[in-house]
Design a binder for this molecule. Structure first.
Ligand code: AHR
Length: 512
């Protein structure tokens, strides 16, 4: 049995929970769009072809903002291919994922889908093969009220009212040599600056995200952000971060400590952005958009769904690509990554789990078949639902475990929020130990504990091991169960976390 003592204080808050932290990502990749969110002819599809079984799960997941249409895909994409009558749209080769793109789903369809899902749109533009002109034109098409060629074309294509898209990504992973139209930091920094300027001439109210590093292990990490922001600081509002984690060679301890890397990545980008601010004598702060993150095994369901194998198989429509099946360990890691994002909510204002359906996703669906929740669905859904109000600073004194990649790491990981309006506080906890339960005591300084309104845990199902997953064959065996034995009294909360688990506890609180 390990022990952890956590203290929170009514006066020690980090800031308001940025609701955009619970974002997701839909890319034209594999089966995320086609046979994922969109499958005309499926028994559950509505008149637009939107799968309602998937839509129900998207709503339950609670994603607040969805990035679209890529990803690597966007760097070779012409947005104009996805507008106008569907039979007239061109079929194209998507070089990023070696896929035949029919363009049956495009901007209008995504706007309609987002409205149905109740999610904000985060639109990425192509700064790989295209530039300033296409950037300003898509903003005019989407956001200008009318009376110009492009805004009238939008009306002719069925949407008289502007889409009013606020959030725009200036390209994708432009630091990556794999990217179509990959650029040096100086080339990209200038392009982002000029594209951003031209887009703001059309609509001054938009928010812009510049591409940061594709991972903290890129050789250009740090220098890239510095150069890009030195050029584009005044034009952009956010700089992006991308990170994917996986277990290497059975080293579960290091994998479970992946959030240590996420903490380091975030804190390094904050320091770099603030250094550019000081050097350039800028007034505003650049915030962070962690617009791709997740567990990604880079091995998927089988070797056939790996990008190399997909490319070898020849040009096909929506092949299976990286359909990772997630287990209990992955769900605990995802819970800790969400904790890291929330604990940095003073500077990380947007985050998008990649992706939403089928492609490294919390939701899986089969063509003409069922849809279901993966293990990683649960921490995301509960945090999106319950992390409200203020983020609380957490002082953690936890027993530790030795890890090969990150040194000694806390066994218990936590984030906490307090919603003064509803009078409720929520704790999101993970026990990283594979073998031991953890006894957790929380000192609630300045609060008087009331009724426990939610106590749930995701752990290894009875008779299974940490690699247990959900799939069409076994069903949803990994999920949430009631967490027994939570005690809240006076200014103290006590609970016990099973080995390798993620848990949520919500309680009513008053002022002590
Ligand atoms: O999410 C899958 C891919 O990962 C995205 O297309 C790309 O941006 C990243 O490398």
């Amino acid at each position: 049995m390990s022990r952890a003592r956590i203290s929170i204080d009514r006066d020690f808050t980090i800031g308001e929970v940025p609701r955009r932290l619970f974002g997701s990502f839909v890319e034209h990749m594999g089966r995320c769009v086609y046979t994922g969110i969109y499958e005309p002819g499926h028994p559950e599809a509505d008149e637009h072809g939107f799968r309602q079984d998937v839509m129900k799960l998207v709503k339950e997941l609670g994603a607040t903002v969805v990035r679209y249409p890529g990803g690597n895909f966007v760097s070779g994409y012409n947005w104009e291919d996805g507008i106008g009558p569907v039979p007239d749209r061109p079929r194209r080769l998507d070089g990023a994922w070696h896929t035949l793109e029919t363009n049956a789903f495009g901007l209008h369809e995504f706007v309609d889908w987002s409205r149905q899902a109740g999610t904000e749109i985060m639109e990425a533009i192509n700064l790989g093969t295209r530039g300033v002109d296409a950037a300003r034109e898509i903003v005019e098409y989407a956001n200008h009220p009318g009376g110009t060629y492009l805004s009238d074309l939008r009306a002719k294509n069925g949407h008289k009212d502007p889409f009013d898209i606020k959030l725009w990504c200036l390209g994708n992973e432009m630091d990556g040599p794999w990217q179509i139209g990959h650029k040096t930091a100086a080339e990209y920094g200038r392009l982002a600056q000029e594209a951003g300027k031209a887009m703001r001439f059309v609509d001054p109210d938009i928010e812009l995200v510049a591409c940061g590093s594709s991972s903290s292990s890129m050789s250009t990490f740090g220098a890239w952000e510095q150069t890009v922001l030195a050029h584009a600081y005044e034009e952009v509002d956010y700089v992006s971060l991308h990170a994917y984690y996986q277990e290497h060679d059975g080293d579960a301890a290091s994998f479970l400590a992946s959030a240590v890397d996420m903490d380091y990545f975030i804190e390094s980008v904050v320091s770099t952005a603030d250094a550019v601010r000081a050097r350039g004598k800028h007034k505003k702060h650049i915030n962070l958009s962690f617009d791709e993150w997740n567990v990604w095994y880079q091995r998927g369901l089988s070797t056939d769904d790996q990008p190399d194998a997909v490319a070898k198989a020849g040009w096909r429509e929506h092949p299976r690509v990286i359909e990772d099946e997630y287990n209990v360990t992955d769900a605990v890691v995802v819970g800790t990554l969400l904790n890291s994002l929330l604990r940095h909510g003073d500077r990380v204002k947007i985050a998008n789990q990649a992706q939403l359906v089928n492609v490294i996703a919390p939701i899986r669906s089969e063509e003409n078949g069922p849809a279901w929740r993966q293990s990683i669905f649960h921490p995301f859904a509960r945090m999106a639902e319950l992390a409200r109000g203020q983020i609380l600073r957490t002082a953690v004194d936890s027993d530790k475990t030795a890890t090969a990649l990150f040194g000694d790491t806390d066994l218990v990981d936590v984030s906490a929020t307090w919603n003064e309006e509803s009078g409720r506080m929520a704790f999101f906890l993970a026990n990283r130990s594979l073998a031991e339960a953890a006894e957790v005591e929380v000192a609630l300084r300045g609060f008087e504990a009331g009724r426990v309104t939610r106590a749930e845990v995701l752990a290894v199902p009875e008779g299974k091991d940490r690699l247990a997953t959900n799939n069409a064959r076994v069903g949803e065996q990994v999920g949430l169960a009631p967490l027994q034995g939570v005690k809240a009294a006076g200014s103290e909360l006590r609970l016990s976390l099973p080995a390798l688990s993620w848990a949520v506890v919500e309680l009513e609180v008053g002022k002590a």
